[in-house]
Design a protein around this ligand. Sequence first.
Ligand SMILES: Nc1ncnc2c1ncn2[C@@H]1O[C@H](COP(=O)(O)OP(=O)(O)OP(=O)(O)O)[C@@H](O)[C@H]1O
Ligand SMILES: [Mg+2]
Length: 358
Amino acid sequence: MHPSAATGVSEHGLVRLDGLAVTYGAFHALHPLDLTIEHGDFLAILGPSGCGKTSLLRALGGFQRPSSGRIFIDGQDLTAVGPEKRPTNTVFQGYGLFPHLNVRQNIGYGLRIAGRDRADIAQRVEHIAGLVRMQSFLDRPIDKLSGGQRQRVALARALVMRPKVLLLDEPLAALDLKLRQTMQEELRRIHREIGGTFVFVTHDQAEALSLATRIAVMNEGHLVQIGSPEDIYQRPRSRFVATFLGEANVLEAARRSNRVTLDAGGSFESKGQDGDLSIAVRPELIRIAPPAGTADITLQGRLLERIYLGSHLRYALALSDGSQLVVAADAADQRNPHVPGQELTVGWTHDAQVLLDS
Ligand SMILES: Nc1ncnc2c1ncn2[C@@H]1O[C@H](COP(=O)(O)OP(=O)(O)OP(=O)(O)O)[C@@H](O)[C@H]1O
Ligand SMILES: [Mg+2]
């Protein structure tokens, strides 16, 4: 059975969370959630600060006791099993490396504890160090490494244990933008090369979009949507997801007799119950002055400002209901840029908009 994009639940799957919840005293950090993680997934857990991402990851790794629910890995109920006995390894934010040990000793630590023989340890450490491109630093003390190098050692130390599931809590948050991009590429490559299952926590939506095979979006202790990056970006189900992942215009509207009319003007056919609703449209899918016949929904707006961003232009328009609309236009299409104060027609096609539940 294939996982359902709507719920993320399938019968099989490497990891299955069944009504998993975490409370701290009376506070519900994680409301009961169901989630299935498949073999080979690179799952991003994405959400704003305090939404419960770390709590979920800690419960998965065995560092946090769930207040209810069950955790299955490979069909085995591991809910009551401690972290060291789970087929998981966690890379914590801040890395948690042993400062008095060198790179080789840090990477080999878990294998030594597990009682592996020296030749085996040496060979596996060399192999993993190569994978994270740290083979020439094996004898360096930890305190003589850069942030990105420490990050690689932390990753290697977890990978060398060959966990069925690698758990990463904001692994790249402490790195500068350039290094973060490099490490994102490395993570993608390592995931591809070892074919493992990764779960990583981030609050960086661009990172989630570019790295993940699936994204689980969380808000206030709830899992609000799960799906492929394309799915989540193109078909957000709620205002929260539409605006958290990328930029979206959310427009208020009402449906009467199978016709939806936007408060700001413009209307389209849509079957369904009468009542208020919202629609989301991405800025890059809106055209200014669309040629006749190329837009299904059109409305008028007054140009407030135009911002030049190099690769594209950003327009902010005031709509008749007092709301604002943001349009991202390709710089190449804009040799005659519009000027503030101008009245403009904007439009988009049916498939560019999403009707939101909430
Ligand atoms: N040990 C604890 N005791 C009490 N409350 C806690 C504890 N750990 C976390 N919380 C609370 O639970 C909620 C979720 O915390 P969690 O660390 O899971 O969030 P997060 O999504 O990882 O946030 P961030 O992006 O800031 O790391 C927060 O409101 C936090 O204050
Ligand atoms: Mg956290």
